[in-house]
Ligand binder design. Structure first.
Ligand code: G6P
Ligand code: MG
Length: 479
């Protein structure tokens, strides 16, 4: 069977908390399970993480775990009757001092005192992912007074964005700091940071994560207009992180839906060029929350991200709280495989204009050049400590599977996020150096991935257990 190259991130939630459901998600092809710290208690995440590990173990699969921090999402407080309907042209006030449970169609509380400093008359505030739009008329020390431009229902605790971005809330909240400790305790493989503005937000998150004793890789969610305002801002965020998420929900609200597709392509391309992983997220299969089949538009959206060469596509509410979480993963897997038949997904531009700065990266890229030009090559075996070597390889478009050979659990799971990379647990120190190549090929033969007559590329360094030490590649004939 052809291996699917694009990876699937599925958010776990109330619809996917039972052992049966989680086993079914793993069987359907979930490569990364996302634990959303915006919802649920630490114990919910603890149980789900445990169930994912058990299901993966049982099925011989490698599934990474990603914790997603809530971040400083600015929200309205609550209404007396849970929900109001705002009429176009009516006035509506957001107030710091209004009692939290006492909102009505004229006024509601907010949980963010700085809103009054961040807003100017003429600004547009987007509530509930842009479903309701308010124009700011005036601001005083307590309140923002607005006129309803787009009306409709508005219920408790909905989020607030400003068109064009620029709300100044710092990116890590007290809750995020507490959740980082939970993520460390659960030994999560990835931690996603919400609403980062600068590389320094990611540096701060990384030092908190390391201080908590976690080796997790840090994902920057690109969801503020400022983050994509120019290439410098975007690249600074990408460089500071290990990977990024095109977080299309909040980003789309801030920059407008029309520009989103172009921005998605730009983020994916920049991330890959800077040797980082990239996830495309939000509303990819939205209708599957209540329908067993995706729409043609959703199929096109997932396929488009695959053609953009994203590492992973993501399910949010579809898998967390929808009626068809397993079907959604199955549909994504099917669409990814279909889109991967398109020739642009295997043709590389090979970074012709670039110079390389490291020996191991030069070998990794040379291996991809060889694999893409010698049709006999059916597999690339990368001996790796950290996953760095297969990461660099998988930045290049190819149809040839890359196998991450590592003895380390965290590396075995981490690479589940990388496009085109599969895990083979392997400890090179267990073999006599003269037998190593045969032992490595044997793992793939046993899995039915190569047969006599095929060629395999193997990369490694001169020494075992030497991250960064890759300095050679071999072409091996399978016998
Ligand atoms: C294994 C091999 C080494 C190689 C290293 C690369 O340890 O035995 O020869 O240098 O992987 O690891 P890296 O983390 O750089 O991908
Ligand atoms: Mg978001």
């Amino acid at each position: 069977a052809v291996l699917r190259r694009t990876k699937i991130v599925a958010t776990l939630g109330p619809a996917t908390s039972s052992p049966e459901r989680i086993e079914a998600l793993v069987r359907a092809g979930m490569d990364v399970a996302r634990l959303n710290f915006s919802h649920g208690e630490a114990d919910d995440h603890r149980q789900r993480a445990q169930l994912v590990r058990e299901a993966a173990e049982k099925q011989g699969r490698f599934v990474a775990l990603m914790g997603d921090l809530q971040g400083p999402k600015i929200r309205i407080a609550r209404f007396k009757d849970r929900k109001v309907t705002l009429r176009v042209g009516a006035t509506f006030t957001l107030s710091n001092s209004h009692p939290n449970e006492e909102g009505d169609e004229n006024i509601v509380g907010i949980d963010y005192p700085e809103l009054v400093q961040d807003c100017r008359p003429g600004d547009e505030l987007l509530l509930d992912d842009g479903r309701v739009v308010l124009r700011v008329d005036s601001v005083d020390i307590d309140s923002v007074h607005t006129t309803v431009m787009v009306g409709g229902p508005l219920s408790n605790n909905k989020g607030i964005n400003r068109r064009g971005g620029g709300l100044s809330a710092p990116s890590l909240t007290d809750k995020d700091r507490a959740d980082i400790k939970v993520a460390a305790e659960l030994k999560l493989d990835y931690i996603a940071v919400s609403f980062p503005r600068y590389g320094s937000d990611i540096d701060e998150a990384r030092s908190l994560v390391r201080a908590a004793g976690s080796e997790a890789w840090i994902i920057a969610k690109i969801e503020r207009a400022e983050a994509v305002a120019d290439d410098e801002a975007l690249d600074a965020l990408i460089r500071a992180s290990d990977g990024v998420m095109v977080a299309r929900g909040d980003l789309g609200v801030e920059v407008g839906d029309a520009e989103l597709v172009g921005i998605q392509k730009r983020i994916i391309q920049h991330a890959r060029t800077l040797n980082k992983v990239v996830i495309t997220a939000t509303q990819m299969m939205e209708s599957m929350i209540s329908s067993p089949v995706p729409t043609r538009a959703e199929v096109s959206d997932v396929a488009n991200a695959v053609l953009d060469y994203t590492d992973a596509v993501m399910l949010s509410a579809e898998s967390a709280s929808g009626e068809y979480p397993v079907e959604a993963v199955e549909a994504m897997a099917r669409v990814c495989l279909g889109a991967e038949k398109h020739p642009t997904t295997t043709h590389s531009h090979h970074r012709l204009g670039e110079t390389f700065s490291r020996c191991d990266e030069t070998i990794a890229l040379a291996a991809m050049y060889a694999a893409n030009h010698f049709p006999g090559i059916k597999a690339i075996i990368a001996l790796t400590e950290s996953g760095h070597t297969p990461l660099i390889m998988s930045r290049i478009r190819s149809g040839v599977p890359i196998y991450c050979y590592s003895p380390h659990g965290i590396t075995q799971n981490r690479v589940a996020m990388f496009r085109g990379v599969s895990t083979v647990p392997f400890d090179p120190t267990a073999y006599d150096p003269a037998d190593l190549s045969n032992a490595a090929i044997g793992e793939l033969k046993r899995r039915g991935r190569v047969e006599a007559g095929d060629w395999v590329i193997l990369t490694k360094g001169d020494f075992y257990r030497d991250s960064g030490g890759t300095n050679g590649m071999k072409l091996l004939a399978v016998e």
